[in-house]
Design a protein around this ligand. Structure first.
Ligand code: M6R
Length: 607
């Protein structure tokens, strides 16, 4: 999703902005640009492709290092193709204003038509160019830019995080947010505005999380945060960020994704710290909430797969009936039968996913309890949920989600144990034995990962030429089959589908032939005989099979991949890195951009 950074301070601003954009690259983008004022003019430099292309253009611009206020943008195309004329910043027709924007202005066509009637012309297909011209139009009757900015925003419907620059006051930036992330960084003699904290973290750890409907006016020496509705002052307590850039670097791994896969043992250890004590689970964030009569889990993508997996544990251990829904479907359900004692749990790594946030708001309107499971501290979902459990996985930079899923699964397991204790639906002995395995998990995985990586590399070389793949699993392994398929397609662009193994003979098996391999999750559990039957059915159609197994499983397959044995549901913690590593190695072998796959954004802040 688009990334924004604005800077007003005492340093050469353009390099600060470019550096900030580089730290926002993880969000995904297809063009980039910067704006700064010099000698009474606004200069806008834009380029398609990666930041290097923008830097190349900037190298030919004079005076780039002289300015101490600038703003920049990485664009992930929504309105209009990823071409230079649609790249941000966009300027008003009179050349006085420049704007960068993340989000979608839903009524931009209507506003555009009215502006065209007034003689405005547009050189891009973007909603942003419409918005900046709407501000210019308001400025004709309202010379104070702050008031003109607010008046235009009040007319706009939809989601936005915007930053605005005026050629008349080159040291001032204006920014505003509505349903898209925007964070204000407070420095000494310098201030920042950005879509995410890493953009300015080398300069300051002191931040303000802007709320929806707030505007900020900032200079090098000061700032004010105001309510969009009436421009009254908004009060905020600055927060100090504890994590540092080191945590967001690659630490010698070839890609962030590989580093993040290998961080999973540490993620589990950190997640257990302070949450498990004397054989019991402490989730103080949930103490004030009742155990739900029924739980709806709402999420997107990988977070949705975590929810599907968590359902098995929550129903089995805590005896809480669970319904898992895709957020973009949940938010538009014609009939939502939520009742007073129900709870909605929204899961999101970023805490900014537009559909998940909308689902949360709908749930709140229905008056049910709303719990958030998030990784990013201070994110919109974390702030708007009634209670939040943080997954504590640390910054996840690679667009493909890996360690976040592991941390979500851990928290879902802890929730199931916690509610199981409160409902007395699980014996103490059973709880203790699950916790004993969880506590050993970091070591088990840390030891197993290098060998798993090696095996993933071997198999990727053998199967990388396939154009299609099935992933099959049953029970709690079915969500992992879905996740394996999602990872393979998003990273390597090989078409892959996850199926409940028992569904194969209801249609999909028709596709099987020697060119269409199948990845079967065949763990040593009660469903193994059923899974083996499905595997044999694939082989009978000359389908090649990779069987992911643990000790005690004796299957014949083209390739058998042994992973550590873990009991019951916890076996999933060994399956997850295996499917992640297979996708990683396949994509890397095929020369794909592993950390920033095409067309994808890390944080999907638009519908
Ligand atoms: O930040 P969230 O967990 O809400 O994001 C949800 C999905 O957009 C995300 O999991 C996506 O599917 C990833 N590309 C998966 O690797």
């Amino acid at each position: 999703m688009c990334g924004i950074i604005g800077y007003a301070g005492h340093r050469p601003a353009v390099p600060v902005v470019i550096e900030g954009l580089r730290r926002l690259e993880y969000r995904g983008y297809d063009s980039a640009g910067v704006a700064f004022a010099r000698q009474g003019h606004l200069h806008v430099v834009r380029a398609t492709g990666k930041l290097a292309a923008l830097e190349e253009k900037l190298a030919h611009e004079g005076g780039v290092t002289m300015t101490t206020c600038a703003m920049g943008h990485t664009r992930w195309a929504t309105h209009g193709a990823p071409v230079e004329r649609n790249a941000h910043p966009h300027c008003s027709n009179d050349g006085t204003l420049a704007m960068v924007h993340n989000g979608i202005i839903e009524n931009f066509q209507e506003i555009k038509a009215a502006l065209i009637d007034k003689g405005y012309v547009f050189s891009s297909e973007t909603d942003t160019e419409v918005l900046v011209n709407l501000i210019a139009e308001h400025r004709k009757t309202e010379p104070d830019l702050l008031h003109a900015f607010a008046a235009a925003l009040r007319e706009a419907r939809g989601a936005y995080a915007v930053c605005l620059m005026d050629k008349e006051n080159p040291g001032v930036l204006y920014a505003a947010r509505m349903s898209a992330p925007l964070i204000f960084g407070i420095g000494t003699g310098e201030n920042f505005i950005a879509s995410d904290i890493p953009a300015f973290l080398p300069y300051t750890r002191k931040v303000l999380f802007l709320e929806d409907g707030e505007i900020v006016r900032l200079t090098a020496s000061g700032f004010e945060v105001l309510q969009l509705a009436d421009l009254s002052l908004a009060t905020h307590e600055p927060q100090v960020i504890q994590w540092d850039m080191q945590a967001a670097q690659k630490s010698g791994y070839r890609h962030f994704m590989l580093k993040e896969i290998f961080e999973q043992p540490r993620v589990i250890a950190d997640g257990l710290t302070g949450r498990v004590s004397h054989g019991d689970v402490l989730l103080r964030e949930l103490d004030a909430l009742p155990v739900p009569r029924r739980l709806y889990i709402v999420a997107c993508g990988t977070s949705y797969h975590s929810g599907l997996w968590g359902r098995h544990l929550l129903e089995h251990w805590a005896k809480v009936p669970v319904q898992v829904e895709i957020a973009s479907e949940f938010r538009y359900r014609d009939t939502l039968l939520l009742e007073k004692d129900d709870m909605v749990l929204v899961i999101s790594q970023s805490g900014e996913t537009a559909d998940t946030l909308a689902a949360l708001r709908i749930a709140r309107e229905h008056g049910v309890h709303v719990l958030g499971l998030c990784n990013v501290v201070g994110s919109s979902i974390a702030r708007e949920a009634q209670a939040v459990l943080y997954t504590q996985a640390g910054p996840e930079i690679s667009v493909a989600s890996t360690k976040a899923m592991c941390s979500q699964m851990l928290m879902l397991a802890l929730m199931a144990l916690y509610w199981g204790r409160r409902k007395d639906s699980m014996t103490m002995e059973d709880r203790h034995s699950v916790l004993a395995v969880l506590e050993k998990l970091p070591n088990v995985l840390a030891e197993a990962l290098p060998e798993m990586h090696k095996r993933a590399r071997e198999l990727s070389r053998k199967y990388a030429q396939a154009r299609n793949f099935f992933y099959l699993g049953r029970g709690h392994c079915y969500p992992l089959a879905l996740e394996g398929a999602l990872k393979l397609k998003e990273l390597s662009y090989i078409h892959a589908e996850g199926y409940a193994a028992g569904e194969m003979k209801h249609g999909p098996i028709a596709l099987i032939d020697p060119t269409f391999p199948t990845f079967v999750l065949a763990l040593d559990d009660d469903l193994l005989p059923k899974v083996v039957s499905n595997l044999v059915e694939v082989q009978a159609r000359q389908g090649r099979v990779i069987a992911l197994v643990n000790d005690g499983v004796d299957v014949k397959a083209d390739d058998v991949w042994n992973i550590p044995s873990l009991p019951g549901f916890l076996a999933a913690f060994a399956v997850l890195p295996a499917v992640q590593l297979f996708s990683y190695e396949t994509a890397d072998y095929l020369g794909k951009d592993v950390d920033q796959p095409r067309n994808l954004a890390k944080s999907v802040t638009v519908e």
